[in-house]
Ligand binder design. Sequence first.
Ligand code: ARG
Length: 283
Amino acid sequence: MKKATVAFLLAMAMAFAGCGAGEEEVKNADANGDGGNEQTSGASTEENSDAASGGDVLADGVLNVGTNAEFPPFEFVGDNGEPDGFDIALIQAIGEQMGVDVTVENMEFDSLVASIGSKIDVAIAGMTITDERKNMVDFSDEYYEAVQYVIVPSDSEIASAEDLEGKNIGVQLGTTGDFIVEDIKDATAAQYNKAVDAVNDLRNGRVDAVIVDKNPAQVFGEQFKDEIKLFDGESPEFGFEKEYYAIALPKGDEKLMKSINDALAALKEDGTFDELVKQYIEN
Ligand code: ARG
């Protein structure tokens, strides 16, 4: 979408929200971190029913996005201290398509789902669609296929799911890797807030293996080439299931769901999505 069109849509959105003073004011208005809903109406009961009926988390012209920037190449903290990565670029492009401004808040992965609809509007965080999460949030159309990888020290004898039994396995807290460990016989999950800390403890010999998504595993594998090796969890030796990433949305907000899915489809159609894959993931 052309810049001018975006600016126009943004101006429209703001005028609609009764806010003409630009981004600064919108951000300040959300200083209490409730997603900026105070701009749409006064009564909180009304806000709630608004949200449930697909009402208007976007009325302030801003999509407040939560992420956990500890998951390269999907999200990491860039040189300027701000979240960067494939997901961040994707949600910015989606916001542009939707004609809204995007703010990104870096939070712990484990608190993202519970923050949707209050602290943040949506979450993009290489988040796998799971039935359990679906009890709390809705998911957009999927945008990326993934699987868990197993990382072990180069000289480790672990080479199959059976070998993981009884082991101490590093994971990022609340991730699908964490959930997999729950199902491994006699294994203990060593839970970290950052996957990289799990990998560092693997290098220090404090855990026997790390289970983390494919692409971050490959980034770590490259970073610590001489010390660790990777197993594709989809191999018959491990037999983990395929996973699919999607944007997590408040439950029942059909309007938001539709505009995000439409934006995603448009970006796939016009080649932007593939460009971002090349730029961030396949580089
Ligand atoms: N795909 C995994 C999950 O959904 C891990 C995601 C971790 N993402 C992150 N940004 N730290 O549980």
